[in-house]
Structure formats: C-alpha cells, structure tokens
Design a protein around this ligand. Structure first.
Ligand code: PRX
Length: 634
C-alpha cells in the first residue's frame, strides 16, 4: 500500500522528512490521490489570523477518491458491514459498488430538493449505513454536512441548525438503543419550530413508529429516492472548500462549529488511518464511535473508506442484549481492528471476565483507544483479555479540531507504554510550554500542549466567527495552536496526555464545557446560580459535579425531587450526556471579592481532597466553604 511505514526506522525517517521538508512530504502523499486539477502551491499559512491553506487551487471531489479511485480493484468488496441493535435482525453488507450507487442516488435526491453546493445540511440519524450515505451524498454535490449526535436535545439541535443556517435536515422516524426505542423525528419537529431556515426534512424509516409528516416539508427517504438515478456527477471542489462543520464544546459560551475543508482533511485521514492501524486489504475494521462525533467522521467514514477498507458499523450499545455484545460482534464479523473509548473498556471490565469467555477473539490483530486518557489498569485488561497479549494497542490522541490522529503509536511498530500516546505522527510538531508560553525543551517535562506547524487537517475556522477561532486556539500562545490539554513528556520522548487544562470536562470521552452545563442548569426556574466541575469517575473518566444555589423560595423543596427536576432541565437543554452525576445544593458559591467563583476550591471538594483548600480568607464569603464541605460529607 502506498505511503505505508513498515518499521520504526521507517517512522523516524518519515518523521524527519516531514519536519525538514513538510511541503515536499505532504505533496508526495497527496500525489497518490485523484485530482481533477493539481495544486499550485502546497501550503500557505500563518497562525496569527489564522489562515491555513493546503494544496492551494487544487480541484477534486473527496467521494471520487473513495469510489472512482477504488472501483476498478474492489467494487465487490464490502465497504460497510452493518450490525443492528437487535442481534436477530440480519446484518447488512454494502459493497463499494452498492454504496457508490446509493450515495449517487441520494445525492440526486438532495439536488431534487433544492440543495446546492455550499448549502448546509444537518444530519440527525442513528448508526445506520444511511448516515454514511447522507454524509457522502453531501460531499458528492458540495453541500456541507453538520452531523449532530442523535442524543442531543431539540434545543441543542436547534442551536446548531440556526448557527449554520441549515436548509435541509436528514433524520429518521426513531432510533433503537438497547431495549429502548425513541422518536427522532419528533425531536427534529420541536427543534425546527425555532428554525425558519429549514425548508425540507428527509425522514428515514427505521423503527416504524407513528410519525407526523408535514406536507410539502417532510419526505420519506424511501419515497424521495424512488425515481432518482444511481449516476451522479461529482461537484468540482476546491481544496479549501468546506467539507463539513462539526460542533464541539469549549470553555466559554455555546458549542462552536469546527470547520474542516476538503483536500487536507482527505489526505490526512487516509494517511493516518493506514499508518496508525497498519490496515491491510482483507482486514475488517470496527470503530465503535458514533458518526455524530469526529471519530466517526474521520475513522468510520472518511479515513477507512478513502483507504478502501471494510468497516463494521454498529447501531447498538455494548451491553444489549448482554454485556458480551462487543466480543460477540468481533467473532461474528471476524474483526481484525477494533477502535473504542477507554470508558467502554472500563464499563465492560466492571462485568468481569464471564462475558468475555464465550468468545475466541482470535481474529483481532490491532486494538485502539481514543477520546480520553486510558488508565494503566484498563490498558492491561484490554491488552490481556481482549487482545490476548498479542495485539498492539494504539492509544490515539487527537481532537475535533485536529481532524485526525496526532500523537499515537503505529500498530506493531512503535513500542507502546500503557497510558502513553507515545510519539507524534509524521507532520506533527508538538511543543510543550509553561503557563507563560516558554518552551520546555528536553525530555521529562510537563506543561501545556501546543503544535507549532500546521498539518493538513487542522481546523480552518469556526463557522461564522473567525475571531472566536483565533481567540480560542491561536491567541493563548503567540504563533502556536493551543490544544487545551496538559501533557507530560518522559525520558524516552514519549507523550502522555494528562487531560484538559481549561474549563472543559471529558465525560465518557464526550467533551462538555462547564459553562455550557451551568447555563443549562440555570435555565431551571428555581435555580439562582450554579458552578460545575469535573471529578474522577471510575467508569466515565470524569463525572459532572454541580454546586447549585436555589432561589430563596425554593429552599423548602424536597432535595431529591429538585435533583430530578434539575436533571430534566439539563436533559432538555443539552441531552442526557450532560446530566450531572452529583448535585449539591448550597446557599451560596465561594466567590472572590470581585465576584468570581472560586472553582479551585469546588474542584478540590468534588475530588474529595479537602485537607488543603489553600487560602480562603480572601474570599467574599469564606463561611460557605465550611457549609459546602459539610453538605458534601466532610
Ligand atoms: O483532552 C483530550 C481528549 O479529548 C479531547 C478532544 O475531544 P474531542 O474533540 O471530542 O475529540 C475526541 C476524539 C478525538 C482532547 O483535547 N483525548 C482525546 N484522545 C485522547 C484524549 N486524552 C488522552 N488520551 C487520548 N488518546
């Protein structure tokens, strides 16, 4: 396979080349793609505005690089093997040829319903092949997809739709999750009441539940595609034309729409997929993420399909109908590469080895993790009991904004160390800085993780607000992209990600801004104010701890009922993923004299570390610290 690294020496050689001549390095890789017109210049960049352009003036379509580039060699190979939530429902297999035709047909459908190049399309679907089809159909005609995780509430969906001024929404009647099913179209209906920009809604029939269809606005997917051709001409896209928007949480305000463009994202996701996983033709790759997150975009849809891989897609949850479901699927489909989140490993580890025992797991060759730091104990369990001590684990560190994996072992090539993401991938130039922005050189240092040179899939902007992009990522340290993560580099030059250093928490691998959760809690009519911090959680990595001050006349309410009621509000505003694990009611929050909430103290209390809370005498209200400590059980 082209552009493949085969040895540790090869890695160091490629890495060196990527640093000494980044443009030459990426041009050689980009040459292996299918361009309608080659680029004039490999890279234009500055991190001040910021402005980053890769493969300048190149013309291409990413779907031609998935399909036309591969159809000669593997039209009949499975592109997607879909496994239903219900183990008794047949799996679906779509070959590259079949997927190609379905993408074309749906691309034509979108055109019939008025979608043009540059229009934004929201996708709010369960984990079914139609999610990939919808994304690729957008890419085929140059529409920009904004996939919204189908666990987000109507309000979250509406915010995302309005921010991107979405013209058409693609959803399903409902969705299955374990033993439950729930309506999706009804959530979309509620959301679009607040979105005058939406003209049409295409609805996939999945659960068959009764669904209210509004004439002229709503169309069933199966009706809409009926008379559409399976041939469709790909739109000619510029390298820097927008491919998609994906909303992610930050430390302030509402989630922002991270923008990725066409050519750089394409080159980088395929390159990293091939090299990190060391995928070979005939292998069966499964990533258990949801397409609503960046992992799904880059390593369920684009990266593997660009590489011509066979991808397993799973609709359900790891514990339904039993806690061995993941392992059953691995045996059933002879999965060779399995990529999941540490939180899933910890959750399944908690059930012991009985659920693992019935399965051979002998098809596995490579294991991967993503989304949060993996603790050594979970790493060893995964390595011993799932990988049978013979499968390398790739602990891949990256972000929505980076588009692809950044620091990671290459499977079977880079010697691994539990809890370490190990070494930067070719093209990635990390830099560790202290809080003043001074570079910490040499090994065995700890500080904030920045990247000093662009890579092809770095975010280009945040949709509709470039200044926010500059401020969030490029202003903390001049001339550097700041990741928001703390990191340690050891004597061997290996990187260990320590977690967020900003007001972002990582709950089960999902990123949430503390301010965002606070805003949701504050929408409760009886809440006066709140402060949210993370705390260590055995399964989720971090849990959400909310300190809540109620309005005066609410203090007589039953605390249990109040907790439920606050949870319902959070569910409504964001979705179940943001529901606090702990809610503590207090009469006030500890504040400085200038009125700033002292989160440091709350964080310590949430972590159960109350022995040294530091100097609290300068607080406006030091007495509340004692009250909160007592209420928290100390
Ligand atoms: O804190 C890091 C953590 O997840 C954050 C990015 O979250 P998101 O944009 O949602 O993307 C998740 C999937 C790529 C990072 O800032 N993170 C991600 N991967 C790892 C990680 N922390 C430690 N180790 C990892 N392998």
């Amino acid at each position: 396979m082209l552009n493949r690294i085969h040895s540790l020496g090869g890695y160091f050689h490629e890495y060196q080349k990527s640093v000494s001549d980044p443009e030459g390095f990426w041009a050689d890789i980009a040459e292996t793609f299918f361009w309608r017109k080659k680029w004039d210049k490999v890279l234009n960049w500055n991190f001040d505005e910021p402005k980053i352009e890769w493969f300048v003036n190149g013309k291409l379509n990413i779907t031609e690089n998935i399909f036309e580039r591969h159809l000669f060699t593997h039209a009949d190979q499975a592109a997607i093997i879909w496994e239903s939530n219900n183990p008794n429902e047949d799996s679906r297999i779509l070959t590259y040829q079949e997927l190609y035709e379905k993408v074309n047909q749906f691309a034509n459908t979108l055109k019939t319903h008025g979608v043009k190049k540059g229009d934004r399309i929201a996708i709010y679907l369960p984990m079914v092949p139609e999610a990939s089809i919808a994304m690729l159909a957008c890419a085929k005609i140059g529409a920009v997809h904004s996939v919204v995780f189908a666990g987000f509430s109507a309000q979250s969906l509406a915010d995302r739709i309005n921010d991107a001024q979405v013209k058409l929404v693609i959803t399903a009647d409902g969705s299955y999750r374990g033993a439950k099913s729930f309506g999706l179209k009804s959530i979309v209906d509620e959301a679009v009441e607040k979105c005058s920009c939406v003209e049409k809604i295409i609805v996939l029939k999945r659960t068959g539940e009764s669904t209210n269809m509004i004439e002229k606005r709503d169309i069933w997917w199966h009706d809409a595609i009926q008379n559409e051709s399976t041939v469709c001409k790909a739109e000619l896209m510029d390298s820097e034309d927008m491919l998609f928007i994906l909303y992610t949480s930050g430390s302030t305000g509402k989630p922002k729409g991270v923008v990725h463009t066409t050519a750089g994202y394409m080159v980088y996701t395929q390159y990293t997929f091939q090299n990190v996983f060391q995928y070979n033709q005939g292998d069966i790759y499964w990533c258990s993420a949801d397409v609503g997150w960046v992992t799904g975009h880059s390593y369920i849809v684009y990266g593997p399909l660009l590489a011509g891989a066979t991808v397993v897609m799973f609709e359900g949850v790891p514990t339904y109908p039993h806690t061995g479901r993941f392992w059953e699927i691995i045996d059933k489909h002879k999965v060779t590469h399995f990529y999941t989140a540490p939180t899933a490993i910890r959750a399944l580890q908690a059930y012991g080895l009985e659920p693992v025992k019935p399965y051979k797991l002998d098809s596995l060759k490579v294991l991967g993790t993503v989304g949060e730091p993996i603790n050594a104990e979970a790493w060893h369990w995964y390595h011993t009991h799932i990988g049978k001590s013979k499968c390398p684990i790739v602990d891949t560190w990256w972000q929505t904004e980076t588009g692809g994996m950044m620091i990671s072992p290459l499977a079977g090539i880079t010697p691994t160390k539990p809890a370490y993401a190990t070494l930067p991938l070719p093209g990635i130039q990390p830099m560790i800085v202290d809080s003043e922005g001074k570079e910490l050189t040499g090994n065995a240092v700890e500080g904030n993780l920045c990247i000093k040179f662009p890579w092809p899939s770095i975010l280009r902007t945040t949709y509709g607000d470039h200044e926010r992009c500059r401020q969030t990522y490029f202003s903390t340290y001049k001339g550097l992209y700041f990741t928001g993560d703390g990191v340690k580099r050891d004597e061997d030059g290996y990187y260990r990600i320590l977690g967020r250093v900003d007001d972002v928490i990582n709950v089960s691998g999902h990123r949430l801004g503390t301010a965002e959760v606070e805003n949701a809690i504050n929408e409760h009519p009886l809440v006066n104010e709140s402060a949210v911090v993370g705390f260590p959680h055995d399964i989720k990595g971090q849990g959400i701890y909310a300190f809540v001050v109620l309005e005066r006349d609410a203090s007589t309410h039953d605390p249990e009922k109040m907790r439920d009621s606050v949870n319902i509000t959070v569910n409504k505003v964001i979705g179940a993923i943001a529901r606090p694990d702990k809610i503590l009611f207090c009469t006030a929050l500890p504040k400085t004299r200038s009125g700033k909430i002292m989160r440091r103290i709350l964080r310590k209390i949430a972590e159960g570390d109350v022995s040294n809370l530091g100097d609290i005498t300068t607080l406006l209200n030091p007495e509340v610290v004692e009250e909160i400590k007592k209420a928290a059980g100390f």
